[in-house]
Design a protein around this ligand. Structure first.
Ligand code: NAI
Length: 304
């Protein structure tokens, strides 16, 4: 069973993806009981058309997460136009601290996926509050950045998005690091296909992708939900997918005492392995800036 905490726009859309892909039954928890129940009922009524037999239960009772294989945390306030993810930090920290207590109480054997922003800081906070094994807790952010990077590469070249391969690491925010040296189209290095200035334009578009959607419709939902489902699929089916997720480093990449996006193998036990790759000088410099941004934010976390 998968529990999704937070039945707002991202949590509900993610729960629906999980049901559609027949990954698992879902418990959808929100402090707003009507919201959780309403979303769950609405989804169940879609099941004959989409032909899924899984069930979803909407509730405000945290004990319902008992025995979950995976808990996905999407509860918290979201960005408004003009806000950065870091602006949400202290409000969402309070919510994450209270949810962490319930997770320890009811689902201490689960794997934990944090989505609430700023995701790297919230993942590290949740790790500190729950004391989960570092491979059992991870944040969703860079996989979404990677999907956006791939989409922009495909548009620029007018090729299928399916044929693009890329990795974005670092902070899920303005300091993200799209790795040009590892981007390709069906194995052809990106640098063989595009000029430096075209690539730089794509990187800027990738960084601004979320803000541009928020400017237009006030929130993002479909792309984050698809990214959540991709990660959930890797864990539930044990497919050992290689993707970039926010993880608490213990000396890898020369770092510790933070959670940051790096490539990992994601499978049945959560993070099966952290993959250490060589970065170009430019990417290393950007990654160091990401580390500084995250560590500065962690240091500014209020103990509320
Ligand atoms: P939303 O406002 O639509 O939903 C948030 C939900 O959380 C609300 O239904 C609210 O009642 C619930 N909630 C608040 N406190 C709670 C608690 N203590 N326990 C249970 N439920 C609680 O927001 P939306 O758009 O769904 O975004 C949710 C979070 O996800 C935000 O922090 C947003 O920034 C983040 N996000 C992260 C992404 C990523 O890539 N990591 C992508 C998109 C959003």
């Amino acid at each position: 069973m998968i529990t999704v905490i937070g039945a707002g726009r991202v949590g509900s859309a993610a729960a629906f993806e999980i049901l559609r892909y027949k990954l698992s039954d879902v418990v959808l928890i929100d402090t707003n009981l009507n919201q959780a129940k309403g979303e769950a009922l609405d989804m169940m009524q879609a099941s004959p058309a989409l032909e899924f037999d899984g069930t979803i239960e909407g509730t405000n009772d945290f004990s319902q997460m008992q025995d979950s294989e995976l808990v996905i945390v999407t509860a918290g306030v979201a960005r408004k136009p003009g806000m950065s993810r870091i602006d949400l930090m202290n409000t969402n920290a309070k919510i994450i601290r209270s949810i962490s207590k319930n997770i320890v109480k009811y689902a201490s054997d689960s794997k934990l996926m944090i989505v609430t922003n700023p995701v790297d800081i919230m993942t590290y906070l949740c790790y500190s509050e729950t004391n989960f094994a570092p491979n059992h807790i991870f944040g969703m952010g860079n996989i979404l950045d990677t999907m956006r990077f791939r989409s922009h590469i495909a548009s620029e070249l007018n090729v299928s998005r399916e044929d693009t391969r890329a990795l974005v690491i670092g902070e899920h925010g303005d300091f993200m690091v799209p790795l040009v040296e590892y981007a390709s189209v069906s194995g052809i290095p990106l640098t063989n296909l595009l000029t430096t200035s075209q690539i730089e334009k794509i990187i800027q578009k990738t960084i601004n992708s979320g803000s541009n959607v928020i400017k237009l419709k006030g929130n993002t939902a479909f792309a984050p939900a698809s990214a959540i489902a991709l990660m959930a699929n890797a864990i539930i089916t044990g497919r050992n997918r290689v993707m970039s997720v926010s993880t608490c480093l213990k000396g890898q990449y020369g770092q510790s005492n933070l959670s940051i996006g790096v490539p990992v193998v994601l499978g049945k036990t959560g993070i099966e392995k952290i993959i250490e790759i060589k970065l170009s000088d430019n990417s290393q410099e950007k990654f160091n800036a990401s580390v500084t941004a995250i560590k500065t934010a962690i240091a500014a976390l209020k103990n509320n």
